[in-house]
Design a binder for this molecule. Structure first.
Ligand code: PHE
Length: 496
């Protein structure tokens, strides 16, 4: 028979009483297994081949709540009051005497309980005419609590009225919904011949020795069921963002790119002026950019200040007219937290103007944004350039397409866009669940950018959002979830 040893063992156990409907504990003790995973796994495999049928039962398990635990030690409130009541002479059963016999906060609820049992209050005295009925009700309730204090019980084996009574009181019992399974042999299962269910020698693991010895040629291999239920291990794992960054890194490395890095703190000159962003540009204001007070300025090489100044004022010899505005070199020295990682790629060109390169970097950037579902003041960009004599727009687009398709997004669309530092400028969208989502900007650097850097070669450049991509891959609709230290939720995110 084509089933594994675990299945054989479970079948042998079940054939010891072929018509029985087996519960988990019974199967564990009959098979001698101590992990329910074996029962669940073998049961599922046997069900698949039609030898066993598995039924699921939903039910609740009832246990004592915090108040219930207390009641099991000190007695139920109505039991304590009742004991007090019957030990008093009828004329002494007054409310004030009761209050002093109990904890202060207990008197109100206690009298409520007694009234529900038929005790009435007449002229300040508690009276009753059916003592034995009340006594026995209270005894039953105490016995119920006592029974539960031994161990939690299936709701189905408990008195329905008791469960409903105690459910209506706070903290006495707790009901927990549970699914339990039962296993029973099918007709085909019952007719299995036990003598054919001996354990077979099966190979579960290929070892180098086995392969060398050639013994594998005649061996029986253990079938491997990738759908078998297993417990989810909750071990350590890299944070999903770290895993994603690693994945992107290896994709670019594989595509022949080298990685570059840069500092968080930059001058406005390198972050903006080098990119031909006019000094009056709205994105340069304090509302959008974090300027630093310490250090308030960073040094910028005069060579570049002079070049940017000429390019911004009249275009220098780039063929451009520039912005036609006065350039302020002091403004260039202001220090800030980089607002994009494009600052890293332009600095890389300035340092290596004569070397063709393909480089990328994944880094954090900072902008004054209010935090909401789709915005954070710190986020990551995936930046890159191709700087070489033959760089061109189709090369840029195919690079981005290749990157996104390796990330699992084969449909990429580009649209015309505008950035002060690229011409042409292109916005990059990917198709996700039938919708086009914008994930980044790109283009060919303008001569106003490349000339002061010391190169005449074209530069394909892009800056893509990492968090947006992460949201698609991890199926999140709130960007904040990426950075909340909720281990349970993080643990459930897919492993990349
Ligand atoms: N720096 C742009 C941004 O932050 C993206 C970009 C990079 C655009 C390179 C064109 C070229 O959105």
């Amino acid at each position: 028979m084509d089933i594994g040893n675990n299945e054989r063992r479970m079948l042998r156990a079940m054939l010891s009483d072929p018509s029985k409907e087996w519960a988990l504990e019974e199967l564990l003790s009959e098979t001698g297994w101590d992990d329910q995973v074996h029962v669940a796994g073998s049961g599922a495999a046997l069900e698949k081949v039609g030898l066993v049928s598995v039924t699921e039962h939903r039910g609740a398990v009832v246990s004592l709540g915090e108040e219930g635990e207390r009641a099991s030690k000190d007695g139920l409130l109505e039991a304590r009051i009742w004991d007090w009541l019957v030990s008093q002479k009828p004329e002494d059963r007054t409310m004030s005497a009761l209050s002093s016999a109990l904890e202060r906060h207990e008197a109100g609820p206690g009298v409520g309980l007694l009234k529900a049992l038929g005790v009435t209050l007449e002229a300040g005295t508690l009276v009753t005419d059916d003592e034995s009925h009340i006594s026995s009700t209270i005894e039953n309730r105490s016995a119920f609590i006592n029974y539960l204090s031994k161990s939690p019980k299936e709701q189905s084996e408990l008195d329905e009225e008791m469960v409903s009574h105690f459910s209506s009181r706070k903290g006495l019992i707790v009901l927990e919904e549970r699914v339990s399974r039962n296993w029973v042999l099918t007709k085909k299962g019952k007719s299995t011949n036990v003598s054919k269910l001996e354990d077979v020698e099966m190979i579960g693991e290929l070892t180098p020795e086995l392969l060398q010895s050639e013994a594998w040629r005649d061996a029986e291999f253990k079938p491997f069921d990738v759908n078998a239920p297993t417990p989810t291990p909750s071990g350590g794992r890299p944070h999903p963002m770290i895993a994603l960054i690693e994945m992107i890194r290896s994709i670019f490395l594989e595509m022949g790119f080298s990685e570059i890095e840069g500092d968080f703190i930059q001058s406005a000159g390198w972050n903006m002026d080098a990119l031909f962003i006019p000094q009056s540009h709205p994105a340069r204001t304090m509302q959008d950019t974090f300027y630093l007070s310490e250090p308030a300025q960073v040094d910028v090489d005069d060579k570049y200040l002079n070049l940017w100044s000429k390019v911004h004022e009249h275009g220098h010899d780039t063929g451009s007219k520039g912005w036609g505005l006065d350039f302020d070199k002091e403004e260039s020295k202001k220090s800030l937290l980089r607002t994009h990682t494009t600052v890293n790629t332009v600095r890389h060109i300035a340092e290596n103007p004569d070397e063709p390169c393909r480089v990328f970097g994944i880094g954090r950037v900072f902008r004054q944004e209010s935090i909401d579902r789709t915005h954070l003041p710190e986020f990551y960009q995936i930046e890159g350039i191709i700087h070489e004599p033959e760089a061109n727009l189709p090369m840029l687009i195919s690079t981005l397409r290749t990157f996104y398709s390796k990330m699992g997004f084969p449909d990429v669309r580009v649209r015309p866009a505008y950035f002060p530092y690229t011409e042409p400028s292109v916005e990059v969208d990917v198709l996700w669940k039938g919708e086009w989502l914008e994930l980044g900007g790109s283009g060919i650097f303008r001569p106003e950018v490349t000339e002061p850097l010391g190169t005449e070669w074209p530069v394909c450049a892009w800056g893509l959002g990492l968090e947006r991509l992460a949201m698609l891959i991890l199926e999140l609709d709130d960007i904040r979830e990426l950075y909340q230290p909720d281990l349970e939720r993080l643990g459930r995110m897919p492993i990349l």
